[in-house]
Write a protein that binds this ligand. Structure first.
Ligand code: QAP
Ligand code: CO
Length: 167
């Protein structure tokens, strides 16, 4: 299992670099990211969150957890409409807030072997891909909240961590 950076860790603000080498080390990283995400349990994880600053994300929004998706060097080529979804994040544990994003997107990316892929997504998958792509830019869902709410989130997490460390 990989350890997950938590807000407000400054390393979560790092901009990820494109992936150019599709070697066995990359395959192991992808497998470890899936294991970490499924164990959490979560539906999406960006490499930034495990302190690897490469443009790589994994996701699986299916009920049965049998639709793993890997996107490498992803680019959004189309965005339509708006939806509001109550988001959470493995890097901001226990905090949930409404965020408005595009309702439908199209994405170009590479798969785990470096082969180009194009996909369309709507609903939860569209939210998930946009949320994870934000991580690759150093952006978190709490950045969409007011500075006051973001500070409340920071203090709540500090309090949670203090409580956990004396337990
Ligand atoms: C991002 O989030 C996302 O606070 C992925 O205590 C969120 O997997 C995509 C999680 C909403 C689409 C919609 C969060 C687990 C998992 C927590 C996650 C927690 C335990 C979040
Ligand atoms: Co997240």
């Amino acid at each position: 299992m990989l350890s997950i950076l938590e807000f407000p860790d400054p390393r979560l603000r790092t901009k990820a670099q494109p992936v150019s080498v599709f070697d066995p080390a990359l395959q192991s990283l992808i497998d470890a990211m899936f294991a970490t995400m499924y164990a959490a349990p979560g539906i999406g994880l960006a490499a930034t969150q495990v302190n690897v600053h490469k443009q790589l994300l994994v996701a699986d929004v299916s009920e049965e957890k049998n639709q793993p998706l890997v996107l490498i060097n992803p680019k959004i080529t189309l965005q339509e409409g708006h939806q509001v979804y109550q988001e959470g994040c493995l890097s901001v544990p226990g905090i949930y807030a409404d965020v408005e994003r595009a309702d439908r997107i199209e994405v170009e990316a590479l798969d785990r072997h470096g082969q180009p892929l194009r996909m369309g997504a709507d609903g939860l998958l569209a939210v998930c891909v946009q949320h994870e792509m934000d991580h690759l830019l150093g952006k978190l869902f709490v950045d969409y909240l007011s500075p006051l709410k973001r500070d409340l989130v920071r203090r709540k997490l500090e309090k949670q961590r203090r409580a956990a460390s004396v337990a």
